[in-house]
Design a binder for this molecule. Structure first.
Ligand SMILES: Nc1ncnc2c1ncn2[C@@H]1O[C@H](COP(=O)(O)OP(=O)(O)OP(=O)(O)O)[C@@H](O)[C@H]1O
Ligand SMILES: [Mg+2]
Length: 248
């Protein structure tokens, strides 16, 4: 794995998140290094999404710290938007702007937030569209696209900001089965290009294949963490054994 001696790209330190009396995260710590492909699995309600959303402060931790590229982004004095631009996020339900063409969806943030010219932003968007096989859909509107196409566009939209890390929350869960593969292929290519990725997923085959590390969460805690082969072939805790027996 690259950069093990270097400073982590993201360092989550003892993250606690409570909603009223409910503890969604019970003190989660995780270091994510440049080029890491971290896959997070676990039962429904275990805190996977909450943790992922804490990494870019879409959810504000109740306590604990998130260091991103050495900066404590949980520090109230930090301009979170500047840092969040470097963290691409892809959700289960795409979140494309329905009233904008694909190209508009892709160029809006680079032009508005990064000061790119239209030409520059469009050129980059076209290159990325070509990579995911959707160059011919630049003028389409989201409702003219399949779920798999929408999700590939959502990934491209995040990539257009040149992020240092990509966060994915169940990017294939809302897709018809025949469209899952095309989205996983794009993610697999990103992993091969050493994009740093944190992926919450139920796709165990994909996790085994692309992960540098797999994390098992249950009841708001990280229970087990390992490289994929060990993780799936020799789970240590009863809870992970039990989980794997249900999902594999
Ligand atoms: N905004 C919220 N208000 C109150 N409780 C919440 C909120 N968001 C999450 N929770 C609770 O926190 C816990 C963790 O939720 P989270 O969405 O992180 O789970 P998850 O592991 O992503 O589950 P799933 O696999 O179903 O997506 C759950 O019990 C959930 O009900
Ligand atoms: Mg979730």
């Amino acid at each position: 794995m690259s950069g093990r001696n270097a400073q982590p790209l993201i360092q989550a330190e003892n993250i606690i998140k409570t909603y009223g009396a409910m503890n969604a995260l019970n003190g989660v710590s995780l270091d994510i290094y440049q080029g890491d492909v971290v896959l997070i699995v676990g039962p429904s309600g275990s805190g996977k999404s909450t943790f992922l959303r804490c990494l870019n402060l879409l959810e504000v931790p109740t306590s604990g710290h998130i260091y991103f590229e050495g900066t404590d982004i949980t520090d109230k004095k930090v301009d979170i938007n500047a840092h969040r631009q470097k963290m691409g996020m892809v959700f289960q339900l795409f979140h494309l702007f329905p009233h904008m063409s694909v190209m508009k969806n892709l160029t809006l943030a680079p032009m508005k937030l990064q000061g790119k010219s239209r030409e520059e932003a469009e050129e980059q968007a076209m290159k990325l569209l070509e990579r995911v096989g959707l160059k011919d859909r630049a003028d389409a509107y989201p409702d003219q696209l399949s779920g798999g196409q929408k999700q590939r566009i959502a990934i491209v939209r995040a990539l257009c900001m040149n992020p240092d890390v990509m966060l994915f929350d169940e990017p294939t869960s809302a897709l018809d089965p025949e469209m899952v593969g095309e989205v996983l292929n794009v993610m697999r290519e990103l992993a091969e290009e050493h994009m740093t990725m944190v992926v919450v997923t139920h796709e165990m085959g994909f996790a085994r294949e692309v992960a540098s590390r797999v994390i098992f969460m249950d009841q708001g805690s990280i229970i087990e963490e390992n490289e994929p082969k060990e993780f799936f072939d020799h789970p240590k805790s009863e809870r992970l054994k039990n989980f794997l027996s249900k999902v594999l």
